[in-house]
Every structure is written in structure tokens, then in C-alpha cells.
Design a protein around this ligand. Structure first.
Ligand code: HEM
Length: 451
């Protein structure tokens, strides 16, 4: 039965947010997590862009479409806060990560962090990453049933150890740290949100301790010795007016940055690999583009020139947004597109499903990288129609780095391997946590004759 979230203040001219809340606390959580696309379409058809329901234990207003996304992400009257919203999901595991800070404090940290993401720094990260990409890919074993997701995830985790931490680790130590990250990320979408030994939440809390201990032990040496990695960059980062991170800030930001970087990049590359397997003509086009560079280790400018790869990356980020939803807590009464949004509610921008809205994207389910070509630029329909990196004050600080890393890895994959899936294969996408293929995306991997 339809019920309104809260009556709007008298004389405000605002409308009440409609919705079918469902059973308190549980509501429509299972449908949203298991069938996000169907559910979003149904809700949009019934209620339009702004509707509410219980989701993961909270009264949640889901706002669909780029217009509402812009209001929330640009956050002109500072009514939407990141910290309390994200903390609910990942706070115990990613405590005081920059995405969980708000307003003046967030700005203060962001200005310092920006020093670790300058063009010069990114170039040195790319240089540090290049040998690891080659070694990692050369170790892949061609054949049937090669699980792309699992291998790419291992590769991006290993690269993170080189580029982000810049510390030589034994395989066992790497696996311990990498395992802790995996547990910390998975904990965010636990159904049971308190520590029961053996379950996701409990494992996440234990993982946080492992990570804190690991980074805390390394900070003094990093501060002393410096380096070309993100860890050293965060230790050295200083604004023009002399602000720097404390040791605790560095630990918190490192833990967060690793999480922010590796799963998102893995999902992007896996989605690209999936569509390139289903569309061999695009795979060939990108391979030719890569081979035409005529170099074993492309520079950032050369990677930028891979326009086909860029279009495929954008289309893959559209079809599967690695961060599927951006939650915000409403810290004062406000409005979205004429609807009254009361303080205390949670608002969610569902990027994953927004990118599939037929009102904004022609033939939205179709893999069609050409929509990002210079002659079409379908994303220009609205500034927030394509927003896999979010927007406003919290817009992804690593978006350029992500593009470089994804293209550097894809380039090396294309020149070494050709991969395919059976004609009718469709991947089973798991959307209960960050999106990923349930089957790991098994492909037939063959070495290219040119490699
Ligand atoms: C394809 C890959 C990536 C995607 C799709 C992605 C997506 C996002 C999104 C949607 C947000 C905004 C969250 C919000 O507004 O609540 C964000 C924030 C952030 N991302 Fe990324 N990200 C990617 C890669 C990276 C990489 C490689 C790094 C680091 C090297 C990174 C670091 C961050 C950080 C630090 C924030 C928080 C920024 C802030 O709150 O000021 N991301 N990312």
C-alpha cells in the first residue's frame, strides 16, 4: 500500500515522497539487491523519480535519474552528508576514510590528498605499475575456463601493493593484507550487521585490525625514506599553507584508498573483458589500436590516445557502475525536485540503475561504445547522466588514475591474449555487494600469435 514518507511543511508547496515501504527495516531490500534493474524500472513507472521504502534497515528515499542525482551530489545547501550514510555500511571497516568526512573537514583533507594525485605523481605510479602488469599477465595460463574476474582481482591487488604501498612483501604477507581487504569490503553488505564469529561483519572487524596494524608499523619508515608510491605521497602531502596529514590520517586514508581503488578497477576491467568477449569485432579493433602504438610500455599520453579503449571503458562503466549506489544522510529538511525530504532520512542515488534508464539512454541494455564517440556523445544529454565517478565535492579523486590503470592493463591483455565466450553465454551478475560475476567470468584464453 502506498504511504508517504513525511507530510511536507504547511505552505511549503512541496509534495510528500510516495512509496511502498514494505515491512519495517526489511522492506524491499532483497528485491533491490537481487533484481536492481527490474525493481528500479517498476518503481520509476509507478512513482517517478523520487520514492521511498525500507532498505537495509533504513527509511530510504531513492532518487532516480540525472536531475535528482545532480541535486544530491552537488549538495548546494549542504543538506546531504556522506559520513553518517556511508558509515552505516562501511564505517567500522573504513573509519575516517576521506569519503566518510563531510563539509569543512572533508575539504581540508581533500586539499591535502590532492597533492598525492597530481599529474606528476600519477606518472610515477604508472611507471611503478608497468613491470607488475607485465609479470602478472605473463603468468596467466591460456586455456578454457580461465576466470577473468579472479585473475584481474589478484592482479589489481598485487599492483596496489606495489603502487600504493611501495613495500616489498613476501607472498604470504601479501595474501594476508589482500585477504583483509577482501573481508573488509565484503563486510559492508552483510545482512547480519553485528559481529557473529564466522560471518561477514565479524570478519570485516578483524580485517580492519590487521590493516591498521600493518600500516601503522610502516608509517615511520615511510616518513623517513619517502618513495614514489601513494603511501609516501600521503606522508609527504602538504598544502601551500602548510597543512599535512597526521600518522593516523595516513593510516585511515591508505586503508580507504586501497579499497576505493582495487575493486572498482577490477569490476571495470572484468566488464570490459566480458563485452569484448561477446563482441569480438570490438576486441579486434582495440587490439589493432594497441598494436599500432608500437611500444611495450605506453606512456600516459599514449594510453590517452587509445580512443576505442576509452569508449569501451565508458560504455562498460555505464552498463555496470562499480559503485552501484551513493548514499547520503539528510542532515536538515530539504527538497529534491519539489519533494519534501525530512531530516534523518537516507537518500540514495542509484548509479547502477540510473545508467539503464530508457528516458536518458537509447536502447540502454545494448553494448554500444559508439554512443561515447565524438559524433554521438549520448552522455551529453545531462551532466549527471553518466556518473560512475559520482560528482560534487566527493567526486572520485582517483578517476584519472583509474582510467590510466585500466587502459594500461587492457593494452597488455590485448597484445598478449585473445579471449572468447560461447555464443549464448550471459554472465550471472551478482548485485548483492559491489557488482561482480558469480561465475568469475570463465573465458577461453588464447595467446596471440603476435605476442
Ligand atoms: C573505475 C574505477 C573507479 C570508480 C568507478 C570509482 C568511483 C567512485 C565514486 C562513485 C566515488 C564517490 C562516492 C560518493 O560520492 O559517495 C569515489 C570516490 C573516491 N574514489 Fe573512486 N572510483 C574508482 C577508482 C578509484 C581509484 C583508482 C582511486 C584511488 C587511487 C579512488 C579513490 C577514491 C577516493 C579517495 C574517493 C573519495 C573522494 C572524496 O570523498 O573526496 N577511486 N570513487
Amino acid at each position: 500500500m502506498t504511504s508517504v514518507l513525511a507530510p511536507p511543511p504547511e505552505g511549503s508547496g512541496l509534495k510528500a515522497v510516495p512509496g511502498v515501504p514494505g515491512i519495517p527495516y526489511i522492506g524491499n531490500t532483497l528485491q533491490v539487491m537481487r533484481h536492481p534493474f527490474d525493481y528500479a524500472r517498476k518503481r520509476y513507472d509507478e512513482y517517478g523519480a523520487v520514492a521511498w521504502g525500507w532498505l537495509l534497515g533504513q527509511r530510504t528515499v531513492t532518487v532516480q535519474g540525472p536531475e535528482a542525482a545532480e541535486v544530491v551530489l552537488v549538495n548546494r545547501d549542504k543538506a546531504f552528508a556522506n559520513g553518517p550514510a556511508w558509515s552505516y555500511f562501511i564505517g567500522p571497516f573504513f573509519y575516517r576514510g576521506i569519503m566518510l568526512l563531510d563539509f569543512d573537514e572533508h575539504l581540508h583533507h581533500r586539499r591535502i590528498m590532492q597533492q598525492a594525485f597530481t599529474r606528476a605523481r600519477l606518472r610515477s605510479y604508472l611507471d611503478a605499475m608497468a613491470p607488475g602488469i607485465v609479470t602478472g599477465l605473463d603468468a596467466w595460463r591460456p586455456g578454457a575456463g580461465f576466470k577473468v574476474y579472479d585473475h584481474v582481482k589478484q592482479l589489481t591487488l598485487d599492483l596496489a601493493t606495489d603502487v600504493f604501498m611501495g613495500v616489498g612483501l613476501s607472498r604470504a604477507e601479501r595474501d594476508r593484507v589482500n585477504g583483509a581487504f577482501v573481508d573488509a569490503v565484503r563486510a559492508g553488505t552483510a545482512y547480519v550487521r553485528f559481529p557473529v564469529p564466522g560471518l561477514r561483519w565479524h570478519r570485516g572487524l578483524r580485517a580492519r585490525k590487521v590493516l591498521e596494524g600493518f600500516f601503522r608499523d610502516q608509517v615511520p619508515a615511510k616518513r623517513r625514506d619517502g618513495g614514489d608510491d601513494l603511501f609516501a605521497a600521503l606522508c609527504e602531502a602538504e598544502t601551500d599553507d602548510g597543512h599535512r596529514f597526521t600518522d593516523e590520517d595516513v593510516v585511515n586514508h591508505m586503508i580507504f584508498a586501497l579499497m576505493a581503488a582495487h575493486d572498482t578497477t577490477t569490476i571495470t576491467l572484468t566488464t570490459m573483458a566480458y563485452h569484448l568477449a561477446r563482441h569480438p569485432e570490438w576486441q579486434e579493433r582495440l587490439r589493432e589500436e594497441s598494436l599500432a602504438l608500437g611500444t611495450a610500455s605506453p606512456t600516459d599520453a599514449e594510453l590517452d590516445s587509445l580512443t576505442g579503449a576509452d569508449m569501451v571503458m565508458k560504455e562498460s562503466l555505464r552498463l555496470v557502475a562499480p559503485v552501484p549506489a551513493l548514499p547520503r544522510k539528510v542532515v536538515k529538511d530539504t527538497s529534491i525536485l519539489g519533494f519534501h525530504i525530512p531530516e534523518g532520512a537516507t537518500v540514495v542515488v542509484p548509479t547502477l540503475t540510473n545508467h539503464h534508464m530508457a528516458d536518458w539512454w537509447p536502447d540502454p541494455e545494448r553494448f554500444d561504445p559508439g554512443r561515447f564517440g565524438p559524433d554521438r556523445r549520448e552522455d551529453r544529454i545531462h551532466k549527471y547522466a553518466w556518473s560512475p565517478f559520482g560528482g560534487g565535492a566527493h567526486k572520485c579523486i582517483g578517476l584519472y588514475f583509474a582510467g590510466m590503470q585500466v587502459k594500461a592493463i587492457l593494452h597488455q591483455m590485448l597484445v598478449r591474449y585473445r579471449w572468447s565466450v560461447p555464443e549464448r553465454y550471459e554472465w550471472p551478475l551478482d548485485t548483492t555487494s559491489l557488482p561482480s560475476p558469480k561465475d568469475g567470468l570463465p573465458v577461453r584464453l588464447d595467446r596471440c600469435e603476435t605476442a
